[in-house]
Design a protein around this ligand. Structure first.
Ligand SMILES: Cc1cc2nc3c(=O)[nH]c(=O)nc-3n(C[C@H](O)[C@H](O)[C@H](O)COP(=O)(O)O)c2cc1C
Length: 186
């Protein structure tokens, strides 16, 4: 199989990690992959904040859960009210993805960068999981507090997070892919 397709197909969201911390040079390789993503008008508006501080990671998880404790969706509510649940699945590293406010296509840009990071990680034997659960604090009134904790630069917006770590075991859960995703116009 083509090497890139193999990495793409092998990447799975990892939800169980070893405690061992990810090395700085490995993190740097992930960020480099992120920074080589395409971006609208070549704005490269992404900013990656690497968090390896256990207390801060737990605070982000706990506070995000608190915002979802009465969520409309039962699945969210269940996770939020489960004392054992950690929104980053106990990954030792969390990369916070934010973007410059003057970008033309910020969400497309940071999503492309994020996927690059996930694929680079897979190719290095690291596990990752995209985290939108953190929206609870990044979009609510607590945002300002976390901008301070995370030393987010002026003129940037917090968006999502990526959990990173050594996977506890290769994930064998392969969510099915639908088969109605293309059409050829004759
Ligand atoms: C925008 C976005 C947000 C996501 N947020 C979460 C999340 O908060 N928690 C989580 O465990 N997985 C999250 N995921 C991972 C998806 O659940 C996962 O990609 C999907 O189920 C397909 O599984 P796969 O990544 O193993 O292919 C997110 C994925 C995307 C693209």
């Amino acid at each position: 199989m083509n090497k890139i397709l193999e990495v793409i197909k092998n990447r799975r969201s990892t939800r169980s990690y070893k405690e061992e911390q990810v090395k700085k040079d490995e993190i740097m390789a992930l960020l480099e992959a992120g920074a080589w993503a395409p971006s609208g008008h070549n704005k490269q508006p992404w900013q990656f904040t690497v968090v390896q501080n256990k207390e801060l990671i737990k605070k982000m998880s706990d506070r995000s859960k608190y915002t979802a404790k009465d969520a409309e969706k039962e699945k969210m509510r269940k996770m939020a009210n489960n004392p054992d649940f950690n929104i980053f699945h106990k990954a030792p590293t969390v990369i916070i993805v934010s973007h410059k406010n003057d970008a033309i296509t910020p969400l497309e840009d940071i999503s492309a960068a994020t996927e690059n990071i996930l694929l680079q990680a897979e190719s290095m034997g690291l596990g990752t999981c995209w985290s939108a659960f953190i929206f609870g604090i990044f979009r609510g009134p607590e945002k300002e507090e976390f901008i301070k904790y995370l030393e987010i630069l002026e003129g940037h917006t917090l968006h999502h997070a990526i959990a990173v770590g050594y996977p506890n075991a290769k994930v064998f859960n392969y969510p099915e892919r639908k088969n109605d995703y293309f059409n050829f116009i004759k």
